[in-house]
Ligand binder design. Structure first.
Ligand SMILES: [Zn+2]
Length: 248
């Protein structure tokens, strides 16, 4: 059982439902079954409010906070609160929509917090016909044909998200350093920097500078639905950016 709190009204809850329905039974391939319990949303929830809400209800179970860059300015506080209470972060910059887009294509280039271009790309992406009206009149559900369009592309999305870590502008971020798997709730508290580095980004890589990036892949990896073979270091599809070392 995993508790997840998020800010979105339909997109994120629909997506989490999809994960439960599609993968929750374990699929009979040696993957463990799981159940994501969505923490009910209240209006006006900020990232730090999301962290607090999920910690309250999760008890000894694993807790995740899902939020994006959007317009929020309390993200550093949210990271600090998450570190103190050992709530896993699934942060997307600029938006959760980036995670959806990565199912269909790679995406690069800083967006300065605006998710507009990401949505445009998603509407036009190959194989994403079901998303062609995504976000119009505020309609951002993930149901029916949109679910079907995502199906089977999770390994690709994970590979793309990992390669965004590898190509992060900070320069020393490395997806293989990401922490996957259950959190030890009894361990000593970690600094906000160390906690935010569970994503594979370097300690020095400020959360708000991770543009573009999404940690949602780490949730899938923790659930064993990341398209990677158990025990293997490399993802099924790797598109890692070349490592550039400046010796000057
Ligand atoms: Zn980074």
């Amino acid at each position: 059982m995993l508790y997840v709190a998020c800010e979105g009204e339909s997109t994120e809850p629909d997506y989490l439902d999809y994960l439960n329905d599609q993968f929750g039974d374990g699929g009979g391939q040696g993957r463990q079954s799981f159940r994501i319990q969505l923490v009910p949303r209240r209006d006006g929830r900020t990232p730090s409010g999301i962290v607090e809400a999920v910690r309250k209800v999760a008890g000894e179970d694993e807790a995740w906070a899902l939020f994006d860059r959007d317009r929020w300015n309390d993200i550093p506080q949210a990271v600090k609160a998450a570190a103190e209470s050992r709530v896993e972060l699934a942060f997307s910059h600029p938006s959760f929509d980036l995670w959806l887009l990565l199912h269909f294509q790679m995406f690069g280039g800083a967006q300065s917090g605006s998710g507009k271009i990401v949505v445009e790309k998603l509407r036009q992406a190959r194989g994403a016909d079901a998303f062609k009206d995504y976000g119009r009149k505020g309609e951002k559900s993930i149901k029916g044909a949109r679910r079907d369009a995502l199906k089977g592309r999770e390994g690709k999305a994970v590979a793309h998200a990992r390669s965004l870590v590898a190509s992060c502008a900070q320069g020393f971020c490395e997806p293989d350093r990401a922490k996957i798997g259950p959190v030890d709730l009894k361990a000593e508290p970690e600094s906000p920097q160390a906690w935010a580095a569970r994503s594979g980004h370097a300690l020095e890589c400020q959360v708000l500078q991770r543009d573009p990036s999404t940690d949602v892949w780490r949730l899938l990896a923790t659930l064993g639905i990341d398209g990677r073979k158990p025990g293997k270091g490399a993802p099924a599809e790797t598109e890692t950016a070349p490592l550039i070392v400046d010796l000057s």
